[in-house]
Design a protein around this ligand. Structure first.
Ligand SMILES: [Zn+2]
Length: 244
């Protein structure tokens, strides 16, 4: 039996009244859990099986699934759903984590980042800077920290304008870059570094325009899809279509 905190990252109905959950836990990494009878009216575990819910889980490992010995809800984060933007950004973070992590590989840093992201999103009104900071930090924590300190090709530390090349993993200076669609000025490079290095609780207050943040998000999401070899993400497509 293992006891650990965990956040539900997806769930689907199974048979009459059960659910199969994917939970990202602090102590076990990503696990699949068969929540037997979760949908029965007085099951007592229903709230813990909702996506975004954070609970303390006591799990027993079976052959295919983990099973619930007992569970205590810590926070449902239900009000995330009050804002379409927060909900989509939340789903995006969950889908990213789900698609990029193997089962049962512990990574407490990723768990803490996710928990803090959801918690901070609930508390703040302006969440776009949070999402970009999450993308930058998430990339770094899974081993793909983008190179934002100079040119990835020649090492040049200064340039009037840069390009971000997601296949090369970072900035390219104006001498090395060929024809480019995306020009990044030094101010924006500074802002990306600031989002990467700052605490999530603080980034909402930064004076970075929404246009700039959307450009950063497009860059970072392309970068993540490329490096994690992800073809498609439902939540990301909806964000890109501006469905909120
Ligand atoms: Zn260069």
């Amino acid at each position: 039996m293992s006891e650990t905190n965990g956040i539900v990252i997806s769930g689907m109905k199974y048979k009459e009244s059960s659910k199969i959950l994917t939970i990202y836990t602090k102590g076990l990494g990503k696990v699949t859990v068969l929540a037997q009878g979760a949908l029965r009216p007085r099951s007592g575990v229903m709230a813990s099986t909702e996506v975004f819910a954070l609970s303390n889980w006591k799990l027993k490992k079976g052959r295919t699934f983990h099973y619930i010995e007992s569970v205590d809800l810590i926070d449902s984060f239900y009000t995330i759903r009050d804002s379409m933007e927060k909900m989509l950004f939340g789903f995006y973070a969950l889908e990213l984590l789900d698609k990029s992590t193997p089962l049962e590989e512990e990574n407490t840093v990723l768990f803490d980042l996710l928990e803090k992201f959801i918690r901070t999103m609930r508390e703040k009104d302006r969440v776009l800077p949070l999402m970009v900071a999450y993308e930058l930090k998430f990339a770094s924590f899974i081993g793909y920290r983008p190179h934002l300190g100079g040119c990835v090709m020649c090492g040049n530390k200064s340039s009037e304008v840069w390009e971000f090349d997601h296949t090369r993993g970072g900035l390219i200076c104006s001498t090395c870059r060929g024809r480019s669609r995306d020009s990044i000025f030094n101010e924006e490079v500074k802002e990306m570094n600031l989002l990467l290095m700052s605490k999530l609780e603080d980034v909402g207050e930064f004076d970075i325009s929404d246009n700039t943040l959307w450009r950063m998000h497009n860059r970072m999401s392309d970068y993540l899809l490329y490096n994690l070899d992800i073809r498609e993400m439902k939540s990301l497509s909806m964000i890109r279509q501006g469905q909120f």
